[in-house]
Design a protein around this ligand. Structure first.
Ligand SMILES: [Zn+2]
Length: 358
């Protein structure tokens, strides 16, 4: 089978966002991942695409003018605190954040009009915690939400499936589309964990009711649990929704090695498991909207598993079927909690009948 045409968007300007020393969301997340893709020969199989920073008009499709003014002002003053908990701006943050957003929009253009069959934006700062009017949880601009609104505004489509497999709930993305039936937001995330949203009862409202689907997973879930969530909930949802574009908030922090870097993370995905999820996303795209698959980097704080995880997603989307997992499974064996009752409850809540699973 011929290799798929996969676009890749990376601009070193994203390294100019520099949180304080010791912060887990650090520039080498992007630079070392890029270096690994280069050294391992994956980069030469990708089509490297230029990055154009997102415009004010594009940003205002998700974010409020007052918030954008606020960030620009803080950056112009040389940086400062954006979110009391954990998000600060440095002098290069606006350039980095608008490039990250622009790369995410460019990934949409690459698959909608640029002849690519998939595209991946290697960006930072991440985006999925940022609601329309504030910075939050290492995030300044919501790259995935901006990509979805760009797709809806620019192309003749009305159904975007936005899948978020970051270990944290994408509260900002959920907020952006909570009342909209145009974007189906599906998230697997550890619960309880930051930002403490994403319960199964959060299902959207008004015309958006049923278009937010949360799968809060207990700690210690590994490959089997994540895959079961994708197989028994995401697949039938996609069948009902018939997406015209699939956007992935690709966070690699559910990999077991991240427990060392961010407090509270206990999920136990492996590189193999991340590849399996990436393969299901490719199959969904191939089934309903062939060639329209976009990945946007969110979290992932252990550099080695981040680079291997991104490489794994890219290899799957290129068409590879064999992978190594040099990191293997988490060293201490823990039995995965049984989540079958949870998944059954979510299927009932969202009216996903058993026959839709076949
Ligand atoms: Zn995360």
């Amino acid at each position: 089978m011929a290799e798929k045409r996969v676009g890749f968007l990376y601009d070193p300007v994203v390294l100019e966002h520099q949180p304080p020393e010791g912060h887990p969301e650090r520039p080498d997340r992007a630079s070392e991942t890029f270096a690994f893709l280069d050294q391992s020969g994956i980069l030469e199989r990708l089509t490297l695409l230029p990055v154009t920073p997102a415009t004010r008009e594009q940003l205002e499709r998700v974010h409020t003018p007052a918030y954008l003014d606020h960030v620009e002002r803080i950056v112009a003053q040389g940086g400062g605190i954006l979110d009391a908990g954990d998000t600060a701006a440095s002098p290069g943050s606006w350039a980095a954040a608008t490039a990250a957003a622009g790369a995410s929009l460019g990934a949409v253009d690459a698959v909608m009009a640029g002849g690519m069959e998939a595209a991946f934006a290697l960006v930072r700062p991440p985006g999925h915690h940022a609601p329309p009017d504030q910075a939050m949880g290492f995030c300044i601009l919501n790259n995935a939400a901006l990509a979805a609104t760009h797709a809806l505004a620019h192309y003749d489509i009305s159904r975007v499936l936005l899948v978020d497999f970051d270990v944290h709930h994408g509260n900002g993305t959920q907020d952006a589309f909570y009342s909209s039936p145009d974007v189906l937001y599906f998230s697997t995330h550890q619960s309880p964990a930051y930002p403490f949203t994403g319960s199964i009862e959060e299902m959207g409202d008004g015309p958006g009711l049923g278009y937010t689907v949360n799968v809060p997973l207990p700690p210690d879930i590994g490959d089997a649990g994540f895959q079961a969530a994708f197989e028994t909930i995401l697949r039938p949802l996609a069948q009902r929704f018939q997406p015209e574009l699939v956007i992935v908030s690709a966070g690699y922090d559910a990999h077991w090695r991240n427990s060392r870097y961010v407090a509270g993370i206990r999920e136990r995905l492996t590189i193999k498991g991340l590849c399996a999820l990436s393969a299901i996303l490719l199959e969904i795209s191939d089934t309903y909207c062939p060639g329209r698959l976009v990945g946007i980097l969110e979290g992932g704080y252990d550099l080695e598993s981040l680079a291997l995880g991104v490489a794994g997603t890219l290899k799957v989307w290129l068409g590879d079927t064999e992978f190594e997992d040099p990191l293997g499974p988490a060293p201490a064996h823990v039995r995965e909690p049984n989540i079958a009752p949870l998944l059954a409850e979510i299927r009932t809540l969202h009216d996903l009948s058993a026959d839709a699973l076949s």
